[in-house]
Write a protein that binds this ligand. Structure first.
Ligand SMILES: *Cc1c(COP(=O)(O)O)cnc(C)c1O
Length: 396
């Protein structure tokens, strides 16, 4: 019989009753170390005292009133996000895919308003992940995800990252702008070279195109700066956020400069839930914590520690691992085998991980993780690797 939840996930047979910091507990009191943070989303870990008390208080005050009234929590959040970024204005929605949809609409609308209604094409990049709605699925362009879902949405092209020649060829009179993740998360934690981002920026200046960054996974403190682009010399014109923005409460956003945002006038875009009081209160609580030094400095320091420890695993298990990459607390451990068996072995050590692409173990713990907790995770991962090698030898 069909499960009552549609069978869209290969779920691990585990359910968590309680969380605390980087730890998750099952009903029968087994304790798991969380190196996945609900896919880079539970940015403050579980049961964070400030986040949970703000959410409870806001729920008792008012959860939702709709965007036909002012929402002070949203105004406060937008002010804070624009103060710390390139952007002048923010639109709140409920998920990453929805944020990218809005970002694409804004690029097209700006071109339209600037007298270029023919400029509708968005150039995306190989190995991207932008979401699962029809348009963001086309922007993602993974054949596995597209199969059976009808024609691709028109107006989206793909070129390989770093290939200036193909990029130049792809640009024509219909090009409106670019959409790129500064660090590609789902496809394997690929850090886009600074030089390539600079090239995109330069092309945008020359040809009056718009540069969109998808920071849904790599933004909101994940790299140890509030936004990943702050590691580069390049600022986008529009940027999408989601995942960690509200510590696990569903929320997305896109942020833009005034020159673009002014074109989304009343009635041009909307969302029933987007930016409601509860979600914005949660996101403000997340910012309260992240903006308090040395939160971000810690992400860098703990990230460096984790990176160094993972490098040691490369030497220890040369048959299993080949590269460590990433920035701050978004780290990819490139494996020589598909990481599913390693993940199963890690689960035996009560360590939760996620994969990325076909050969990468993705390590994206809550940003509040300590060095000691990282060390604990490394010990467990090392034991898992040993165990996996033993079983591999037995089956050979
Ligand atoms: C997760 C993710 C998305 C999609 O977000 P949803 O909330 O699942 O719609 C888009 N882009 C990137 C880079 C992501 O990591």
């Amino acid at each position: 019989m069909i499960p009552v939840l549609m069978p869209t996930y290969n779920r691990t047979d585990l359910a968590f009753k309680q969380g605390n910091g980087v730890w998750l507990y099952t009903e029968d009191h087994r304790r798991f170390l969380d190196f996945g943070a609900g896919i880079a989303t539970s940015s403050l870990g579980h049961n964070h005292p400030h986040l949970t008390s703000v959410i409870a208080q806001q729920a008792q005050a008012v959860i939702h009133t709709s965007n036909i009234y002012r929402i002070p929590q949203a105004e406060k959040l937008a002010k804070r996000l624009t103060d710390i970024s390139f952007a002048d204005s923010v639109f709140f929605c409920n998920s990453g895919a929805e944020a990218n949809e809005g970002l694409i609409k804004l690029i097209r609308r700006t071109q339209f308003k600037n007298g270029h209604p023919e400029r509708t094409d968005i150039i995306c990049f190989d190995h991207a992940f932008h979401g699962r709605t029809l348009t963001t699925l086309t922007a993602t362009n993974n054949p596995k995800y597209l199969e059976g879902f009808g024609p691709k949405v028109p107006g989206i092209k793909h070129v390989p990252v770093g290939d200036i020649e193909q990029l130049t060829q792809a640009i024509d009179s219909h090009t409106a702008g670019f959409l790129i993740e500064p660090i590609q998360g789902e496809s394997g934690v690929n850090v886009i070279p600074n030089e390539f981002l600079k090239t995109l920026r330069k092309i945008c200046e020359e040809k009056e195109l718009y540069l969109g960054f998808d920071e849904i996974q790599c933004g909101m403190g994940r790299t140890g700066k509030m936004f990943a682009y702050q590691w580069t010399d390049v600022e986008p014109d529009v940027m999408s956020l989601a995942k960690g923005i509200a510590g696990g409460v569903p929320m997305g956003a896109f942020l833009a400069r005034e020159s673009m945002a002014k074109h989304l006038t009343a009635g041009t875009h909307g969302s029933t839930f987007g930016g409601n009081a509860l979600a914005c209160a949660a996101a403000n609580a997340v910012l309260d914590v992240m903006l308090e030094p040395p939160f971000l400095e810690n992400v860098i320091e703990v990230g460096n520690f984790l990176n160094t420890e993972l490098q040691q695993l490369l030497y220890k298990f040369p048959n299993l691992f080949e590269e460590v990459r990433g920035r701050g607390l978004i780290i990819g451990l490139k494996c020589k085998i598909p990481p599913v068996e390693l993940q199963k072995a890690a689960l035996q050590q009560n360590l939760l991980t996620v994969s990325a692409g076909n050969y990468v173990l993705r390590i994206v713990p809550p940003l509040i993780i300590t060095k000691e907790e990282c060390q604990e995770g490394i010990n467990r991962l090392s034991k898992a690797a040993e165990q996996l090698l033993n079983t591999m030898e037995l089956t050979q």
